[in-house]
Write a protein that binds this ligand. Structure first.
Ligand code: SAH
Length: 358
């Protein structure tokens, strides 16, 4: 819901100042539409329906994974695709993964989103509307900005959305913004943001040579500068930065690289999250990685193979030996291309999946 438009509409109609708050409270608590807002005059409800779309996004497709993960493909009013994911865990946690942009202008070689066309930055309302969609299905308590897009390229709208999430049930402490290390945005985030929002860094390599090879953004903002900025954040907030590290077979997963990573990060500022690589077949998802000619493909049709389990364990062990906190990410929703790096707005395999509610 476009809250500015809501306020403007109510003001133009001469409504009392508390009306906007009433509407927002219903909406944030998961009301399915204006019709349910029983403390609003009936005529007003009807008028709002016509004047202020209940959501800035429309749902185009939705699928549910065998593990209960739900992936939703939305469209903006001007036709851009946006994906978001709801993850339900056995301990009751309900975590949202939202997008900050339609597509992504960066071209990280292992990520499906980077291979689709970049659309535009999303507005704060379009970001919050992703969360509200899932709030109408279930209570939610965590949110990660790990969907499509680079949040630090759209920081103002991202922070505008974050400001509204507590009303939806997601506190700042349970909100995580993930970045490739886009320095201008990251610097502003560290300097200006006084809320206890968690920061995550997509690092994926312990040295500049390799990182530049798999993430072009590293040519612009090298590791040392980005890591220094993250340390500054930890010193200011006393909260560790999460380092995301996707495990690519034979690329970044050797014990030596684990030791180099431990050396780079040290014990006190970071917590490493090893991510099993989620394959996405370039050929099947529309023209996806066709944008990158002359790139070798693996047997599975992707650019990479994921590291085998033992390789991930050995890598983890090296970090533990160096006393660097480390966990391995639980993969969710892989069967519906809802897992990390698989969001590309091109639903393809419908095998083993069911529409939500079926
Ligand atoms: N642009 C931001 C937000 C997206 S977060 C960022 O990169 O941090 C999405 C996370 O999934 C990132 O850590 C990304 O590197 C990771 N990822 C991308 N492709 C992946 C894949 N195929 N398998 C597993 N993780 C992947």
């Amino acid at each position: 819901m476009d809250l500015a438009l809501l306020e403007e509409t109510l003001r133009a109609r001469g409504e009392p100042a508390f009306r906007a708050r009433q509407v927002w409270e219903w909406t944030a608590r998961g009301a399915p539409g204006y019709a349910d807002m029983t403390n609003l005059p009936r005529g007003l409800r009807t008028e709002l329906e016509a004047a202020v779309p209940f959501s800035t996004l429309t749902v185009e497709a939705e699928r549910e994974s065998r593990d209960g993960t739900v992936k939703t493909l939305f469209r903006t009013e001007d036709g851009h695709p946006v994906e978001a994911v709801l993850m339900r865990y056995r301990d009751g946690r309900r975590s949202l993964c939202v997008s900050s942009q339609s597509g992504c202008p960066l071209t990280c070689t292992f990520c499906a989103t980077g291979s689709m066309a970049f659309g535009r930055n999303l507005t704060a309302s379009e970001i919050v509307d992703q969360a509200l969609h899932f709030r109408r299905l279930t209570a939610v308590d965590h949110c990660v900005f790990m969907g499509m897009g680079e949040p630090m390229l759209n920081l103002d709208e991202v922070l505008g959305a974050v400001r509204n999430l507590p009303d939806v049930g997601i506190t700042h402490r349970r909100t995580t913004i993930s970045t490739v290390g886009w320095l201008p945005g990251l610097r502003r985030f560290v300097d200006e943001v006084d809320k206890p929002i968690r920061l995550a860094l997509s690092l994926h390599a312990p040295d500049d040579e390799l990182r530049s090879r798999i993430m072009a953004v590293n040519d612009r903002y090298p590791i040392a500068d980005v890591v220094a900025e993250c340390r500054r954040h930890v010193d200011a907030t006393n909260r560790r930065v999460f380092v995301e590290y996707v495990m690519l077979a034979g690329v970044n997963d050797s014990p030596e690289q684990a030791r180099a990573l431990a050396e780079l990060l040290g014990r006190d500022h970071f917590k490493v999250n090893l991510i099993p690589y989620n394959p996405w077949a370039a050929s099947a998802g529309g023209d996806a990685a066709g944008a990158r000619p002359n790139t070798p493909r693996t047997a599975a049709g992707g650019l990479y193979d994921g590291s085998p389990r033992e390789r991930i364990s050995a890598f983890r062990h090296e970090l533990e030996r160096a006393r660097v906190p480390v966990t391995v990410r639980l993969t969710r929703g892989r069967d519906i291309e809802a897992a990390c790096g698989q969001l590309a707005a091109a639903p393809r395999s419908r095998r083993d999946t069911q529409p939500v509610g079926a």
